[in-house]
Write a protein that binds this ligand. Structure first.
Ligand code: SF4
Length: 472
């Protein structure tokens, strides 16, 4: 499955993904590898747990004074000759970038490392404006050739096998290449080299921006990020407002845990620090540097129930360990950001109605919170989202009726006790070996798991018995 059609219910999208043998193979190999590498990296790094706590504290402290840090960042970027633009919505961000491109007379834009530009659907807008966007991260390049969208935050082509990529290159680049990672990379590298030299515009995201130095930080593994930030005449960095960090020493805390969480590396291969455009006497760098600060629903959540999702470093660790993501991959989620954190980010960007199905695409097992370098409590916020979906009456009616009735019953102990006794009688025809294997009206629930039978003696009955038996 390449593109999610949101008119198809999530259940069907997920079902199709689970029937796709290539996807299942690719997902199992990649996520298992990432999980192992992350575990090894933290096992060999005793300071890791303490730094995760510290990173979380820094994120929270930064959000509490976000306005102050953003002002400081803006002042410092401008001091170095850069220009800062604030975009409240995705449309505003697109308009700002297109205007920069138009003024630069850009015909081609090379891009690197930016989920934020995926979020604002920038490529389509660039194409419409006559500016050819060229993705230069290998994974992004692959999915651009395939006319797809990323299926993982840090590994956008995670859903593709080597063989599929070799076939794709053969079809799109008219070159025969073996299904060998090195050969595939060499071919892509050759194709992309010319584009770096031709492009007038370089567009990147930003992993962090340091407020007290005005530095935009990019963490990459392929080296293309440096080409994008230094070869074209104009560099535009697009980042969510929550990516600001107060100081370089805070940045070090995040760098120490980010790559370990993402790929198990001690550090990513390249950490690029950008401080404004090329200055007098410098040989390299762009003539113009623009930083686009993107709100797009984030600021509202500073005081909202999804506030903690603003801590996210986009490392992808929660996707790799999520039992749902590992089965269905990223496209079935249907939005820019997949996986457990993706559900929260989608709700943040598009409102709770956009995740009325996805809010339930989690077993709430807590693996995501355990893996998260900043310990974001994703399960708690997913439950909160479910509550919102219910409160706003956008959940399916049957779900609302069942849970409202159950809630009503739980609040009335006598009736609850009576209902338990009635259920014990009514369930008899369906119980085998202490479990209900199938139940009318609950067919979907019992198709893949057993419903525990109501106990022959409830806890309250046993408690009352114990009280009677125990001498005072
Ligand atoms: S929620 Fe945590 S684990 Fe998931 S991508 Fe964000 S930082 Fe990484």
């Amino acid at each position: 499955m390449s593109q999610a059609d949101l008119s198809i219910p999530f259940r069907r999208r997920a079902g199709r993904a689970m029937e796709d043998a290539f996807l299942q193979e690719a997902l199992t190999i990649a996520t298992t590898k990432f999980i192992g590498l992350r575990r090894e990296a933290f096992d060999a790094f005793p300071e890791g747990e303490g730094l995760r706590d510290r990173a979380r504290e820094i994120k929270e402290a930064t959000l509490q004074h976000l306005d102050r840090y953003l002002e400081q960042l803006i002042g410092n970027v401008e001091r170095f000759g850069g220009r800062v633009h604030f975009a409240t919505t995705a449309a505003e961000a697109r308009a700002v970038i297109l205007e920069i491109g138009r003024r630069a007379g850009a015909r081609m834009a090379v891009k690197s490392k930016s989920m934020a530009t995926e979020e604002i659907h920038l490529n389509e807008a660039l194409e419409e404006a006559g500016i050819v966007p060229v993705e230069t991260d290998l994974g992004e390049y692959i999915i651009q050739l395939a006319h797809e969208r990323p299926s993982h935050i840090i590994a956008p082509a995670i859903h593709k096998t080597k063989g599929q990529i070799a076939d794709l290159f053969g079809k799109e680049l008219k070159r025969t290449v073996p299904a060998d990672p090195e050969a595939l990379t060499q071919l892509a590298r050759g194709e992309l080299r010319e584009k770096f030299l031709q492009a007038d515009l370089g567009i990147t995201g930003a992993n962090f921006a340091v407020a007290d130095t005005g530095t935009v930080v990019l963490v990459t593994n392929e080296g293309n990020g440096r080409m994008v930030t230094s070869l074209p005449r104009v560099h535009v960095a697009v980042m969510g407002v929550e990516k600001v960090v107060p100081s370089m020493s805070d940045l070090m805390v995040f760098l120490a845990i980010l790559a370990k969480s993402a790929t198990g590396q001690k550090l990513s291969v390249y950490t690029t620090l950008v401080q404004g455009p090329r200055r007098a006497g410098e040989l390299e760098g762009p003539e113009e540097f623009h930083l686009v600060l993107l709100d797009n629903g984030r600021v509202d959540q500073l005081a909202g129930p999804l506030r903690e999702a603003l801590y996210c470093l986009r490392c992808g660790a929660c996707l790799n360990v999520c039992p749902v993501y590992r089965q269905i991959g990223g496209h079935a989620y249907g939005h820019t950001y997949p996986g457990p954190i993706g559900i929260l980010l989608t709700a943040m960007l598009n409102g709770p109605a956009s995740v009325k199905e996805l809010a339930h695409a989690s077993s709430l097992c807590g693996a995501c919170a355990d893996a998260c370098p900043v310990r974001i409590d994703i399960p708690r916020m997913l439950i909160e989202l479910r509550r919102q979906v219910d409160e706003k009456r956008i959940a399916p009616w049957i779900e609302r009726v069942v849970f409202e009735s159950f809630g009503w019953l739980l609040a009335r102990p006598l009736l609850y006790g009576l209902a338990g006794r009635i259920a014990r009688v009514l369930q008899r025809p369906f119980v085998r070996d202490g479990a209900i294997r199938s139940l009318p009206l609950f067919g979907d629930w019992t198709r893949t798991r057993d419903l525990p039978a109501v106990a022959s003696r409830t806890f309250r009955e046993r408690w009352n018995e114990l009280e009677r038996e125990t001498p005072r």
